[in-house]
Design a protein around this ligand. Sequence first.
Ligand code: SF4
Length: 219
Amino acid sequence: MSEKLKLQNYIRPALELPNKQKELLLHSCCAPCSGEIIEALASSNIKTTVYFYNPNIHPVDEYEIRKDENRRFCEKVGFDCIDGDYDKDKWFERIKGLEDEPERGARCTKCFDMRFERSALFAHENGFNIFATTLGISRWKDMNQINESGNRAAARYENILFWDFNWRKQGGSSRMIEISKREHFYQQEYCGCVYSLRDTNRWRRKNNKDRIIRGVKFY
Ligand code: SF4
């Protein structure tokens, strides 16, 4: 099978927003997770604004790399990319006491809540009626946990809906990797927070693998 045919198999049917909405606010965590979703939305002619709000990412140079990669791809596709605050002190305050929780546990729920609450607020203040997140495309994440957080955040406002579309289906997961390779996105090796960096390195040490060297790996 040629490379072109393989790629064609991954292309989704055209997307449609629920409730006949015409414009989407897309919370994005990073370029690799958002690449496929952004392309699918662009090819479906859905007007989209990308919202990069991820104060969980540690340290700040890692945050800047992930943000710049995301912004670069938005520019290429022609989507606006909003730079949310890096209010990491509030993030640390919010997850206090949950530092030793495992990934997909209570710390991650708080982390999602904080990011989606701000996304819902931004949507509310800027005339969007619907928002979604790129976080669910990753197989490392618990989709129910993400959707519950998204719905909780949306419920704070009468006019805001969380779009819980399953981005992994219709070849989404495979195409996410294809696009990351095509675009040579930065390949982060831990979820984002200092605790995920610590725990990934602990796991690596236990399994005789090298520690993470940040900022050097690209698809
Ligand atoms: S592991 Fe990821 S989702 Fe969980 S708290 Fe850390 S950055 Fe947030």
